[in-house]
Structures are given as structure tokens and as C-alpha cells.
Design a protein. Structure first.
Length: 115
């Protein structure tokens, strides 16, 4: 899993950002080729507290506007759904990402007394 926006952050800094309203989101995009339509999700993006999540997803929305409409019937349907998600700030996956990060954190090593 790739998370964009947490590069160089410590666990403490990440925790503080989450307390200030930071969140993890996924943006959607739709691409149509003739009669085939594909709706996909982006990598996970970390949005810091106080930052606008909609602006991070503008590239995915633009791609969807240009390439999403053309497949019938799912192109227009998926395009509208992707745009609604992106202009709503993306799909919030904070709880799932925090759960995965906690599973990956190794437990502290027990202290061993020399014999």
C-alpha cells in the first residue's frame, strides 16, 4: 500500500496531524474505451488538518471528465459517481489505514535479564 503525503513523518507527527483533523483518502477516476468503462481508486493520500482535500483530487477529476463519459451505459454513471466522490473530498479511509499501520508496528521487545 502506497501512502502519499507522510514521507519523512514520525509516528508522533502523524498522530498530531490526525488530532488536528488530518485524514487518509482515496480518489476515484473513470476511463472509458469504446464500450468498456473502468472505475479505479488512487493510492491513499494523507491530507493534513486544515488542508483542502478537494484540491488534491482535481487531477483525478479532470482525467474523469476527459476520459470517463464515453462508454455506454456505465461511462456517464461511473463518471458522475467519481466526480461526486472527489468533489466531496475523496473516500475517507482513515480508520482502515490506522488499523493497518497499527498491525505493522512491531511490539516492544521484552527486556531480557542476563543469566
Amino acid at each position: 500500500m502506497s501512502i502519499i503525503g507522510i514521507e519523512g513523518m514520525t509516528g508522533q507527527q502523524l498522530h498530531e496531524e490526525l488530532q488536528r483533523g488530518g485524514k487518509f483518502v482515496i480518489y476515484q477516476y473513470t476511463i472509458s474505451v469504446l464500450i468498456l468503462t473502468f472505475r479505479r481508486g488512487s493510492d491513499v493520500y494523507f491530507i493534513r488538518g486544515g488542508h483542502n482535500a478537494v484540491t488534491k483530487g482535481l487531477g483525478f477529476s479532470l482525467l474523469t471528465l476527459v476520459a470517463g463519459w464515453w462508454g455506454i451505459p456505465w461511462g456517464p454513471i461511473y463518471t458522475i459517481g467519481s466526480l461526486v466522490t472527489n468533489f466531496g473530498g475523496g473516500k475517507d479511509v482513515t480508520a482502515q489505514v490506522i488499523g493497518l499501520l497499527q498491525q505493522q508496528t512491531p511490539p516492544p521487545m521484552p527486556s531480557v535479564k542476563p543469566v
